[in-house]
Design a binder for this molecule. Sequence first.
Ligand code: SF4
Length: 277
Amino acid sequence: MTAPLEAERNQALLDWYREHRRDLPWRRSSDPYRILVAEVMSQQTPVERVARAHEAFVAAFPTVEALAAASLKQVMAAWSGLGYNSRAERLHRAARIIAESGWPTDTESLRALPGVGPYTARAVAAFAFGERVAAVDTNMRRVLSRWHGEPLRGPALEAAAAKDVAEDASSWNQAVMDLGAIVCRPRNPSCHACPVETWCAGPGVYVPPRAQPRFEGSTRQVRGAIVRALVRREATLAELSAETGSAPSRVSAALDHLTAEGIVERDGDRYRVSGGP
Ligand code: SF4
């Protein structure tokens, strides 16, 4: 049962959400597969890029069974451009488990899937299966810290989120996300236009997190370029170095990681996407 203050704030938040919600493709459905794909894509990619990539990905693999039946090479090709391609490999493994054993339907059992951390498990549990659970991420942490007037983290953040989450957890989680993206932004929040200003301590307590590391010249960039090259054809280390424009030592280190993660396999001196011809 939500306390009166939280109930009033949630009502104002949900009223605002009905009018201002972002129209994201996976929100038009409660299909757990579409939601899982969207949440895995969103783990390290901005939502605008995810919106474009998501439609193409679910067009290529419309069901969890279709994804499970695809080769890793096909999945990597469809994931191209999103980066952090180990996510695609784990999503592919998760799809194979679900296709064989059926959908886990609560947070705890979703957590057992490859690549599904606490946030993703809760998001899928709330959006697809209606579990009353708060999907806490950095965005929600900022918004809730401001509501409560203290920089929340760890157990205090979990306790605040569990107390605040509305019975309609699917709408509530998405409403907090949208409030954080549109109104309660990290810098210069629009408090004057905020539906919950009456019940909020204000933006003063929030400390913005450190910026993400640069992508240009990063290990992530080298890994992405290698996987894109190997989706086209298998290659030697020297060929990959020439094709990606990266030093052989960096390509070799990236290949070691990609091989250890099961994304790439080696046959003699040639590398290819695992499981492919
Ligand atoms: S009043 Fe300001 S700080 Fe509080 S939730 Fe709204 S935008 Fe964020």
